[in-house]
Design a protein around this ligand. Sequence first.
Ligand code: CU
Length: 543
Amino acid sequence: MVSSTIFLAAFGGLVTHSLAQSLSDSVNAEVTVSSAATSLILSASPASSGSATSSASSPVTQISDGQIQSPAYSTPSPNGTLSATPGVVPSNATTTVDAAAASISPNGGILSIAPNSTTPDVSKLATQNECKALIDYQLPSKNSIPSNFNFSGNVRTYYVAAEEVAWDYAPSGWDNWLGVPVQNSPHAIAAGYLNITGSLGTSNWGLGGWQKAVYKGYTDDSFTTQSEQPATNGINGPILRGEVGDMIQIMFVNNLKDHYSSMHSMGLYYGKQYEGSLYPNTTSGETPKVQEQDAVPPGGCAVYKWLISDSQAPAPGQSSRLWSYHSFVNMPADTSAGLSGPIIVYNSGEMNSTMSAHREFVVTTNTHYEARSFMAGENAKNAGVDTSTMRATNQLVRPFIGNESFWVPQLANFPAIQLSDAQGPNFYTMNGYVFGNGAPYEMCRDDPVIWYVMAFGGASHVFHLHGNNFQYNDIWQASQSINAGEMFTFNMNAQLPGVWQLLCHVSSHNLFGMQQNYVVHGTEVDGQTCPLPPLTAKLAGSP
Ligand SMILES: [Cu+2]
């Protein structure tokens, strides 16, 4: 089915709308299905077994809420640069890149004309100065404003970059669930993280980590100082916050070397120009254009304006709730690479009071498919896997013949090398860590706690806490199932002190390392003193 669809597209020339749609579907399917149309064959070569990392570090480190442990995060972070505008000034500002070859066929389908290069025309990219100018604190034009949006006058500004990092899923070097080095862990072996000949597995543990793409927050448009994020935030992009009635405006810079990226909001409202998701749709009958916001090329930038209407409000009786964002050029590849992050929405006027009265924690469950990440080629090179079949930078995957004029960015975000699932480990993570390697979530007995829990990837999970129950929809729960793309907000009062487990209760996922710890420090009730700054001292603007 897949290969026959491609065959038709290759020789048909004119592709009808329905066929173009099935073609786009088949292109997506091509990533995950090994088909006859794919001629790439990977030769296995022995991977270094590496040596066991024996330097132990404590599985539970002391952190103070709101205090940043990494020297990389050293400056205060505002909840966006907050500005109030006196009135509503429509703006039609947008940045587009012409996709010269994209056009509508007479029957409304999309004509397939295929340029052979993904290299963006640098002369057409928005410059950073142009993007800076689009951060204008003005509401978007009417067709980007939902009917139930009542502007508070507050505009929150964020500066976000997509960057490549070396990521370590277990920075302590230990399986903290078993108390053994990762290299000796039966869990890690069972999960396929280690010792698979010809895989990306073992070698990357000893080479400074996996090449990932992540969002980083910055304090201003110079993109020189990273915004402060809680140590528990892990691989998540910066926490974006706003209140009902606010506009969030984001200057986004794509600093990835070879790949496109975008910011697509899950839950906040946006007009078409701020959707951050690439597909050729138009309701006006005009020739669709590839907006730069929908697939920001390497070195490019874009501005997004998202609105928080009544449809994003917290549940009745609650003061906050979770939404999210992620890159949606090639979603499976983008989110496996690491491009996702949280948005927390508060009732109007309740952000600071809620933040200073609660410990707030983000938990992202994600299955990072390293074979499907668009960074798989980089990891293959580092791991010594045979890369003779890897396509060159900016070279399209030739077996995939289709309407490349529009889909070039999505094609470019396919992994550059064809790997089997077994060759690319699938890390079952919480905030990008396995085997209890993330910074523990810390609180004092009786602290009100809000858990913001979401899922990306390809599995359903069951969020479960030991030691304390949490409330969801006014019902006390010990566990709650969560599927990819879902976002939950749970409230808890820390009733019992101790170091407790926080895990996915799907047994195979637990085996594969989807676990973390949280710490409830004792108080005078327990003859102890909680080492954390009291909640009342938690400054508005801290994570
Ligand atoms: Cu799970």
